[in-house]
Design a protein around this ligand. Structure first.
Ligand code: M6R
Length: 604
């Protein structure tokens, strides 16, 4: 949520910042702004409401300098407006600040320290910059000391960059909970929420840890704790390629990412399976998992839905009971834990604050943790005992697609590896290599039929403002995900529910022409779900059936190759994505950047 970028020492600061913001737009896109200083007494502040394209057209050619900070916002405190956009600045206009995070005690700080200050915005961020200014201007602290003092008073999350107009050769930065990296370039240095923003300038990054501050000049970085203790750290290499971040010839990132799924399945096979098809997983991880008497999966959104599938895979192939929790609930209502719990976090971004607070508490309790993520150097990956990569490549569209299927595939690898380690015949005999190969081929057939999906979306979802998804067992898990996919990008009101629950209430909503998309891939429950289809048909619903080969009937619109039932979401999930994609496109909406959302949810 919110993306920040800063640069110092470059001749093309404006271009670096604007390009960086465009690449960070997935983190928020309701308003944006930048501040540039040319170190010879000229500076510029430009802020606009809307996307980066609007900011770009508002920036005049004269806006040039060798120091700059910029921000793309996902509003938390105060509506999207120029006044609330960042950079926020002090009344004296000496200090400028961009911030990602939430200052929980901003009202108390305002009352205690800034009762006489005039605030120009409704943001929590302005409190930070006004406080820093007060400590410098009234208490004669240095800027660094004022920043330290301010952050010691703060309760909340922040990744921030501060500029002192009187010291235009320094960027002051700080981090707590929200991600922040310093990129070490040849001509200068950059600061960013995500290496994606600046990958063409450097692949060498210093990670800031929680409650750290740094002073960054064009050729130096001074790293400190909040209390002022000097820190040293080696840079890490983060490589991102042009192909991974550009849309290429695709009209949208979401379509590109849907299309990439067969390749992701093959990559996961290649990375995690030997030529003979045996999983290769860190033996220490397997030993730790084998000691668990219960696994706790914790995640949010689509990653939560992938965790539901994980439960079925692990219970079938490892015989270890699994509990799945929504991160934002779990953290505040911890269940009574088993004697030997093991925590597994699924997160595409590796930055989700709701999941992180559970990870931190699990660590505090001394419990073993694994993070399965798409971002190797993310906060969650760094902070867990073990981590596994998804190898899906950057996912930029807000709606998660390839990360969902990659999460399921990696869960399957781990369940197979652990089951084999535990010498359980069901796991030993299961050929995951064959299954992932079949899944990749099945996905290819699905994504090749774009016109077919566009027609189905038009016929079934074209006119309706409501849609229902139903299924049982693993198909119920997919119904939840397919419903989320459609609602988050098309704004159609959708519900995913257990088919058997229909007659316990939801069927009251079924009326003439309402679309009901039904997944039927489990032979043991297919008969019952067919019965539910009849019930909604009798009440005038338009039913689209997506069935597997083993469960198909003559009039089913989509028939999918049969995989192990627990892996059917690899195909049914893609069907849900394609329906959502085309229904949204047909409504003329922005598929990649739906309203009110952001890709990386770094606030609780
Ligand atoms: O990065 P994470 O997987 O932890 O993100 C969790 C959710 O915010 C994310 O899945 C969200 O629900 C997506 N918009 C779904 O498409």
């Amino acid at each position: 949520m919110c993306g920040i970028v800063g640069a110092i020492g470059y001749e093309t600061t404006t271009e670096i910042l604007l390009k960086g913001l465009e690449r960070l737009e997935y983190r928020g896109y309701d308003s944006a702004g930048l501040y540039i200083n040319d170190q010879t007494g000229h500076d510029y502040l430009v802020k606009t409401v809307g996307k980066i394209a609007t900011l770009k057209s508002a920036v005049k050619p004269t806006v040039q300098g060798s120091l700059g900070i910029a921000h793309t916002r996902w509003a938390t405190h105060g509506q999207p407006s120029e006044a609330n956009a960042h950079p926020q600045f002090s009344t004296s206009q000496r200090f400028y600040l961009v911030h990602n995070g939430v200052i929980n005690n901003f009202t108390a700080l305002k009352q205690q320290y800034l009762a006489d200050t005039h605030f120009a915005s409704q943001t929590d961020t302005e409190v930070l910059v006004q406080l820093i200014a007060k400590f410098v201007e009234q208490e004669q602290l240095t800027t660094l000391a004022a920043l330290q003092k301010t952050l010691q008073l703060v309760n909340g999350s922040y990744a921030l960059i501060l500029v002192d107009r009187d010291q235009p050769d320094q960027l002051y930065i700080a981090k707590n909970k929200s991600p922040l990296l310093i990129g070490l370039g040849e001509q200068g240095n950059v600061v960013t929420s995500d290496a994606l923003a600046t990958y063409d300038l450097t692949d060498q990054y210093l990670e800031l840890h929680d409650q750290e501050i740094a002073a960054v000049s064009a050729d130096q970085v001074q790293l400190l704790t909040l209390q002022g203790a000097s820190q040293t750290r080696q840079p890490i290499t983060i490589t991102v390629t042009d192909g991974e971040v550009s849309k290429g010839t695709y009209p949208t990132y979401m379509l590109k990412e849907i299309d990439e799924q067969p390749a992701v399945m093959r990559r996961i096979s290649q990375k995690y399976l030997t030529a003979a098809g045996e999983p290769q997983i860190d033996p220490n991880l397997l030993t730790a998992l084998a000691q668990a008497d219960r696994l706790y999966f914790v995640a949010a959104g689509t990653s939560y839905h992938a965790s539901l599938v994980g439960k079925r895979l692990f219970e079938k192939f490892t015989q270890i009971p699994v509990e799945v929790g929504v991160a934002s609930e779990f953290g505040y209502h911890w269940p009574i834990l088993a004697q030997h719990p093991f925590f597994i976090f699924l997160s595409q971004s590796g930055e989700t604050a709701d999941s992180r607070q559970v990870l931190i508490e699990a660590k505090r309790r001394g419990l073993p943790t694994l993070v399965i993520t798409n971002v190797t150097n993310s906060t969650l990956a760094r902070e867990s005992d073990f981590h596994l990569d998804l190898y899906a490549g950057p996912e930029i569209a807000v709606a998660s697609t390839k990360a969902y299927t990659a999460q399921i595939a990696v869960e399957a690898v781990l369940a197979k590896a652990l089951g084999t380690y535990l010498k359980l015949p069901a796991a030993e005999e299961w050929s995951l290599q064959t299954q992932l190969g079949l899944a990749a081929n099945g996905m290819e057939t699905l994504v090749d039929n774009k016109q077919g999906w566009s027609d189905l979306a038009n016929n079934f979802l074209g006119a309706s403002q409501d849609a229902f998804y139903l299924g049982r067992g693993i198909d119920y898990d997919v119904s939840l995900e397919a419903a989320l996919k459609l609602k988050e990008i098309s704004y159609v009101h959708t519900e995913g529910f257990a088919a058997g629950e229909l007659k316990h209430g939801t069927i009251a909503l079924i009326e003439e022409n309402v679309p009901v998309i039904t997944f039927i891939t489990e032979a043991s429950t297919a008969g019952h779900t067919r019965g539910n289809v009849q019930e909604v048909l009798a009440r005038g619903a338009q039913v689209l059936v997506i069935a597997s080969e083993d469960c198909q009937q003559a009039d089913d619109q989509i028939v999918l190759p049969q995989l192990t039932p627990e892996l059917m979401p690899l195909l049914t999930g893609v069907c849900g994505q394609l329906l959502a994609y085309y229904a949204t496109l047909q409504r003329g909406l922005n598929v990649d950047q739906p309203r009110n959302l952001a890709k990386s949810v770094t606030v609780e």
